[in-house]
Design a protein around this ligand. Structure first.
Ligand SMILES: CC(C)(COP(=O)(O)OP(=O)(O)OC[C@H]1O[C@@H](n2cnc3c(N)ncnc32)[C@H](O)[C@@H]1OP(=O)(O)O)[C@@H](O)C(=O)NCCC(=O)NCCS
Length: 154
């Protein structure tokens, strides 16, 4: 029986953490691996919510650190599903750094994570379809489909 499709909003996720000195690299700005771990977590929660069970990370794309994040900043990640295939999902993760003294929030990164729903044996498992309710969700889905086609062509 086909799985019941779910709307994007049902799995939209926000996670956040305050950056401490232990999160810094030798230059005193936040270590990239700390940010990547949070990206992976934000995408995982989103994927688990949509799939309703275990998922694994198969690919991360467009990982660019264009501006530094500083110790003492509050890092916020917003994730949402852009596209679902048969067993995989592309999740977009937006990264923001908030200065708690000024309240100013900077957009520092955007990246795309592909996660695959798996069964107990670790084999890919079908995921519910995605209900696209807004023009923005439809546009994100079209762009994700293009990325998938380019990936498969490679
Ligand atoms: C993810 C995994 C289960 C996929 O198994 P597989 O036998 O390669 O499965 P398939 O070839 O049938 O691909 C399954 C889906 O993943 C997608 N996929 C596979 N490789 C991909 C890649 N490099 N980039 C993006 N998507 C990919 C396929 O397109 C397919 O999507 P679809 O079902 O929506 O069409 C397997 O590769 C795995 O266990 N990888 C290790 C995961 C891991 O340990 N992650 C880190 C810790 S969470």
């Amino acid at each position: 029986m086909p799985l019941k499709a779910k709307p994007v909003r049902a799995s939209r996720t926000q996670i956040a953490d305050l950056m401490f000195p232990a999160d810094a690299n030798s230059r005193g700005t936040v270590f990239g691996g700390v940010v990547l771990k949070m990206v992976d977590k934000a995408a995982s929660v989103c994927a688990y919510r949509h799939a309703g069970g275990a998922c694994v990370t198969v690919a991360m794309e467009r990982i660019e650190f264009r501006v530094p994040i500083y110790v003492g900043e509050f890092v916020v990640m917003e994730s949402q599903i852009n596209f679902v295939g048969s067993t995989s999902m592309e999740i977009g993760v937006e990264v923001y750094a908030e200065n708690l003294e000024t309240g100013k929030r900077r957009h520092t990164n955007s990246c795309f994570v592909t996660m695959v729903s798996v069964n107990k044996a670790g084999s890919p498992k079908k995921v519910p379809g995605l209900l696209l309710e807004t023009p923005e969700e439809k546009s994100r889905c079209r762009e994700a489909l293009l990325r998938r086609q380019q990936r498969l062509a490679r």
